[in-house]
Each structure stands twice: as C-alpha cells, then as structure tokens.
Design a protein around this ligand. Structure first.
Ligand SMILES: [Zn+2]
Length: 363
C-alpha cells in the first residue's frame, strides 16, 4: 500500500474523490500538525478525520515526533526532548511549556480515528555519537511501551474488539549502529506490535539512498512481520524495498514533485508488467528501464499535443477520440502562468503512476 502524505488532512490541491479516482486506498496524516490545525476539539466534533475528509479509505497517522524533532534540531529554543516526552516552548522567554508525551500522541490518534497508529519515538540523528544513539534507542523502547499501554486503554475506552481495532506501529531506531538497532528491534518485538517501522534516515553520508541499511532493518523482524518503510520513496525505492519485505510506504514525493513540475512516467506499459517481471528486473538492476520522469516546464513541451504518458489512464492523461484531456503543452502553459489547476493535474498524474505501481506489485 502506498499512502500519499496528507499531513493536515489533505494531499495538497486534491480532495478525497480525486484520491479515490486515481486508485489510492490510504493516506498518511500527521498527529502533531492536526493538533495545531484544526485542533483536537474540532476533529472530535467532526467525528474524526475520515468524516472531516469524507474519505472512506485507510488512514495512517504519524506520531508527530519526527516533525517536532526536526523543528527542535533546527532551533533548540523551540523545545527539548526529555524522558517524559517532547517539551515545546511557547511564547517569548520560554515561559509557557507544553509537553507532548507518547500517551498524548496515541490518545490524539484515537480522536483522529486512524487505522494505523504510530508510537512516538526519539529519532536517532544521522550524525549522532554512540551515547546519543543509546539514549534515543532506550527512549524509543520506553516510549513504545508507554504508547502500547495507552493504546490498550484507549481500545477499551472506544469499544474496539480484536477484529475491528486499529493497528499499532513502532519505528525501529538506532541509525546505522547495528548493535543498538538490533537491540531496539528485539526489545520492541518483546513488547509486541502489529507493524514495525523503518525509523531513521535511510541515506548515506553522500546522500545516496541506503538500500543495505533498509535490508538489514527488514531482517531484524520476523519473516512474516508487517513492515512500514516510513517516508519512502521514489518508485525505484519502493520496488526494491517491497522485495526486501516492506509492504507499506508513505511519501511526499509524488505530490511535492508534481508541484515542482517533475512528472513520473512508466517507460514500459504497466499493462505488461507484473510482480515477477519487476522482481527479475530488480535483481538484474534494470529498474531504470521501467521508471523515468520529465520536467513539464521545459521548453521542448510548449507545443506538444501529446499526453504526459501514453501508458497513463489518470484523469489528466485520459484520451477522448485520441486526444488527451490535458496535453503536455497545456499543462506546461498552466504552470507558466501559475494557475493552481497545474498542481492538481500534475498531482493526479503522479499519484496515479504510484497507485499503478502498487497494482503491479499486488499482482
Ligand atoms: Zn497521467
């Protein structure tokens, strides 16, 4: 399953009908951001995020830890991480403090009404020394334990049964320190979670996607475990991680890149692709023959009446009597004049490319 990021309850410029129309069945929202806007009380009054969005699909909610961590990392005056939770300073001179705990995050995810809830974790920074790695792993385990206790309390409170309850995910931390990452995974397994997440930053020091890190992480959990590659990735990343044993992916790439005029395309008609072929091509390192992209803002497209991709059946590329709904030239023009429809049309196309890929992997 691929879940586009709908941080504040919207995959930017698209509504829930658009998402369903391009074959998506899930979204990823962000707990911390939703607490800010529209806030817990309003979400409660509206009956949860699915009712608010009129979305009948699947919802996963990020704990908010990564966003808070990034904010604090950039500006330590905004808060700090303690064993109790994440402390956020509000107002000048740090006089008002809000503490966001693992329990708060879970409680809020029940208000949101997610199908997959994520435990608050202490993200291991890629540049962390061994002491900081140890601290982040021990805290991630302790917080996961508290999150699970709160999760079970909330299940009872909301009247869930074993067959209709949401799932709980714990991210594995420890960056690329094999000893601490293995320890984190083994302690989390003892507590017991439905899904294990790829926590941390899967990039090497020279900014290359780190496949060996993802492979090692997958091997830390039992063969039949469900694994979520949090924040991953490009079509090629997804295919390679799928064959390592990851089943869930969420990423801002298809929608963010669409807004930056980068459109993903299949170089081979996905109709003739299946899981086996992709597996073989992955093993032969030939995925660059399957996936490509183009920048629609480039001058070469200013008078092309072709579809973005002849293989695509998205609402943008869809043809009537051989003519695409939106040609490359027209989309190029819409971007040039800064019309908001360009974001929507490009996002629909990129998301359909992703959902199509998931259909290929499922069959
Ligand atoms: Zn398309």
């Amino acid at each position: 399953m691929f879940l586009p990021d709908a941080t504040l309850g919207v995959a930017r410029s698209l509504d829930s009908l658009d998402l369903a129309n391009v074959g998506l069945n899930g979204v990823m929202v962000n707990t911390y951001h939703l607490i800010q806007k529209p806030g817990e009380e309003i979400i409660k009054k509206l009956g949860g995020i699915k009712k608010m969005m009129n979305w009948s699909g699947f919802v996963s909610s990020d704990s908010g830890g990564f966003q808070l961590f990034s904010l604090i990392q950039k500006n330590p005056n905004l808060g700090k991480i303690t064993d109790e939770g994440i402390v956020i300073y509000n107002g000048p001179k740090k006089q008002r403090k809000i503490i966001f705990t693992p329990e708060d995050s879970i409680r809020m995810q029940f208000v949101i009404g997610s199908d997959v809830m994520i435990c608050l974790d202490d993200f291991t920074p890629p540049e962390a020394n061994e002491k900081r790695i140890e601290e982040s792993v021990l805290r991630t385990i302790a917080w996961a334990k508290r999150a699970k206790t709160e999760f079970e309390k909330q299940l009872k409170k909301h009247g869930f049964t074993e067959t209709n309850r949401p799932l709980l995910l714990a991210p594995i931390q420890g960056h690329d320190n094999e000893k601490w990452r293995a320890y984190c995974a083994s302690e989390l397994k003892k507590i017991g979670f439905d899904i294990y997440g790829l926590g941390g930053w899967p990039f090497t020091k020279d900014d290359q996607f780190d496949y060996s890190f993802c492979q090692k992480n997958a091997e830390l959990t039992d063969k039949n475990s469900l694994r979520f590659a949090l924040g991953v990735g490009s079509p090629e990343n997804i295919v390679r991680l799928f064959f390592m044993g990851y089943q869930f992916f969420d990423c801002v790439l298809p929608t963010r890149d669409a807004r930056h005029q980068r459109l993903y395309i299949f170089k081979i008609n996905p109709k003739i692709l299946d899981r086996k072929t992709l597996e073989k091509m992955t093993a032969e390192n030939r995925l660059d023959e399957v996936f490509g992209h183009l920048y629609i803002g480039k001058g070469q497209f200013d008078s092309s009446n072709e579809a973005i991709s002849d293989f695509c059946d998205c609402p943008t590329c869809q043809k009537t009597a051989g003519t695409p709904q939106v040609s490359k030239a027209y989309l190029h023009h819409l971007f040039k004049i800064g019309d908001g429809s360009a974001f929507r049309l490009a996002s629909l196309h990129n998301l359909r490319t992703y959902s199509r890929l998931m259909e290929v992997l499922r069959h």
